[in-house]
Design a binder for this molecule. Structure first.
Ligand SMILES: Nc1nc2c(ncn2[C@@H]2O[C@H](COP(=O)(O)OP(=O)(O)OP(=O)(O)O)[C@@H](O)[C@H]2O)c(=O)[nH]1
Ligand SMILES: [Mg+2]
Length: 156
């Protein structure tokens, strides 16, 4: 998603199995903004102590990073948000972060599954984006809104 959003192939590393992103990675966007790739959680297969350490670092980052202005929450569109993601969205919003609710891998959905996939995302209480890094669906709309937010915040 990061690669699709920035249009830079290979910027962020992807892997077949979840749990490979194990650090907080910053990607500068010009001089005044950065996209930050956080590790996933829950689905990742890793030793419990490592999962706990990563979970702590993420919560710390999301709760205390003072110049953070938005959270782009990626949820597999075939799965939809679960308790952990709904709680994460709520705590981000209560911190005043803008929230982008992104259903990923839309290319994996049958046409008949699309409406339900979008409806599931409404549990996050943010405008849902149905996206595919594979086909490019939804990427431009998301990029436009993220850049609009950067402009708005940067202009302050
Ligand atoms: N079909 C399809 N596959 C995708 C899409 N986006 C990502 N993938 C694939 O999903 C797999 C996991 O992608 P990653 O970006 O590494 O996922 P991640 O959530 O960052 O995983 P970790 O950080 O390792 O936990 C890779 O094989 C990607 O190629 C998409 O829009 N469509
Ligand atoms: Mg990753």
């Amino acid at each position: 998603m990061l690669n699709a959003l920035t249009g830079v192939r290979g910027l962020a590393r992807t892997s077949r199995t979840p749990g490979r992103t194990q650090a907080i990675n910053f990607f500068a966007i010009g001089r005044t903004a950065a996209l930050v790739d956080l590790p996933g959680y829950g689905y990742a297969k890793m030793p419990q102590a490592m999962a706990a350490r990563i979970g702590h670092a993420m919560r710390e980052f999301l709760a205390s990073r003072t110049n953070l202005c938005a959270l782009i929450l990626l949820v597999d569109s075939r799965r939809g948000p679960e308790r952990e993601e709904i709680d994460l969205a709520a705590s981000a919003r209560s911190r005043g972060l803008a929230l982008f609710a992104v259903a990923t891998k839309a290319d994996k959905l049958k046409r008949s599954e699309r409406a339900a996939a979008v409806a599931r995302m409404r549990a996050l209480d943010a405008e849902p984006f149905l996206c595919s890094a594979e086909t490019g669906e939804g990427i431009e709309a998301l990029r436009r809104q993220v850049l609009a937010l950067c402009t708005e915040r940067g202009a302050r």
